[in-house]
Design a protein around this ligand. Structure first.
Ligand code: APR
Ligand code: PHB
Length: 395
């Protein structure tokens, strides 16, 4: 016999989307439970991107998870775009009056979990056999087996599928339209104990491939290299990685500072959008509904944006009995998601090298010259990178 309980919102997945939604719902006095199939340690150690739009920073503060972010986040005025042996600064603060902040997704997850636990709010880690039923009724059920092997059935008003790309929620939406684009390259990412030798992130297009210089703290660098799709990580010794990074970023009198590599992984790249993001009383948020390639760092910001819109919609639905925002949830999110999907595709296509394609090569250089010399073109890039149309908590 399963243990039965009741809550208002059942949330599948303790990533940024699920945790942020739970946190924003509690601010509105709405109870929820978060069910996660991985361990807390696993969730808190996963290395992901870490570039936050100004709106995401504001949302984390409003959600009561901004303290460490304010102390440790690295605020940036813009980015460098490097190509043809030149490095150009695109200053977002001057162009659109907004900044961006480096703060790793894994730290956000830690902060949000800590905030949930401090409020004695329910989160189940290491759950198994997670399933959702009755999403077209008024009382959908979230079932799972907890880490101790006890079966649970939680009756909810609404279920939020925040369970990432490989989760169980998206397949529950019938008649889903799926839009997808794959890219013939991947990113090899490293974390290194090395003080960054740059003040801002550098997006570098080099004839050997794209490279991104990011950071995690004044002592830790985060760097990425374009590698072929399906690349074998074993083919990349530490020495080979540093040599390639020096080549792709190198400018006379300037080099990448090296240090001990503490993490190494390969991330595939795809664009993916699925809609509608709602079926009955099931709402999808974050990677469960959409994936962007990492160039431009939109994934985390989109997940937080969905959580903000969903928290407002569920508050209107469950507290005020007004369905209008819930009915508009999918369309409102997909408008923002498609803008970011275009921007990520644009950044990816402008920066990555397709060997042996002289047309592509010339087109990319022309576009890079344009965005680094035309004020309107730079302004458009700055507006999109720093967050166009970001939803506001409580808005
Ligand atoms: N049951 C419970 N939890 C599940 C299940 C399941 N069947 N399947 C997946 N999950 C969990 C995953 O273990 C993960 O912790 O759902 C969570 C989803 O979190 P994320 O993958 O981080 O997705 P999301 O919260 O939407 O955040 C998107 O993550 O992938 C990055 O670049 C992306 O930055 C973006 C962000
Ligand atoms: C990161 O710091 O991990 C990062 C930053 C910017 C990107 C992608 C990843 O575009």
């Amino acid at each position: 016999m399963a243990v039965s309980s009741r809550t208002r919102v059942g949330i599948v997945g303790a990533g940024p989307a699920g945790l942020m939604l739970a946190q924003l719902l509690s601010l509105r006095g709405i109870d929820s439970i978060v069910i996660e199939n991985r361990s807390r340690e696993y969730c808190e150690a996963r290395q992901r991107a870490g570039m936050l739009e100004a709106g995401t920073v504001a949302a984390l503060r409003a959600a009561g998870a901004g303290k460490r972010l304010d102390a440790e986040g690295l605020e940036h005025d813009g980015i460098y775009l490097q190509f043809s042996g030149e490095r150009h600064h695109v200053n977002f603060r001057e162009l659109v009056g907004r900044t961006v902040t480096v703060y790793a997704q894994t730290e956000i997850v830690k902060d949000l979990i800590a905030a949930r636990l401090a409020a004695a709010a329910p989160i189940e880690f290491s759950a198994s056999q997670v399933s959702v039923s009755g999403v077209t009724t008024d009382a959908p059920v979230l079932s799972y087996v907890d880490a101790a092997g006890v079966a649970h059935e939680v009756t909810c008003d609404v279920i939020a599928g925040c369970d990432g790309f490989h989760g169980i929620s998206r397949p529950l939406v019938p008649g889903l339209s799926v839009y997808e684009r794959s890219y013939p390259y991947a990113w090899l990412g490293i974390l290194a104990d090395a003080a960054p030798s740059t003040d801002e992130l550098i997006y570098s297009r080099h004839e050997s491939g794209f490279a991104l210089y990011s950071m995690r703290s004044p002592d830790v660098s985060r760097l990425y290299l374009q590698v072929p799709a399906e690349e074998d990580l074993q083919a990349w010794s530490d020495d080979r990685i540093w040599a390639e990074l020096q080549k792709r970023f190198g400018l006379p009198g300037w080099s990448v500072s090296e240090g001990r590599i503490t993490d190494k992984s390969i991330t595939p790249m795809r664009s993916f959008v699925a809609g509608p993001m709602r079926h009955g009383r099931l709402f999808l948020a974050g990677d469960a509904a959409h994936i962007v390639p990492p160039c431009g760092a939109k994934g985390l910001n989109l997940a937080v944006g969905d959580a903000i819109v969903l928290a407002s919609a569920l508050s209107a639905l469950l507290v005020e009995g007004s369905p209008a925002l819930a009915d508009d949830y999918s369309d409102a999110c997909l408008r923002r998601v498609w803008r970011a999907t275009h921007f990520s595709y644009f950044m990816t296509s402008m920066m990555h090298v397709l060997p042996g394609d002289p047309f592509d090569d010339a087109i990319q250089r022309a576009q890079l010259r344009y965005v680094t010399s035309s004020h309107p073109a730079a302004t458009s890039l700055a507006e999109n990178y720093s967050g166009y149309d970001s939803p506001v908590v409580g808005g």
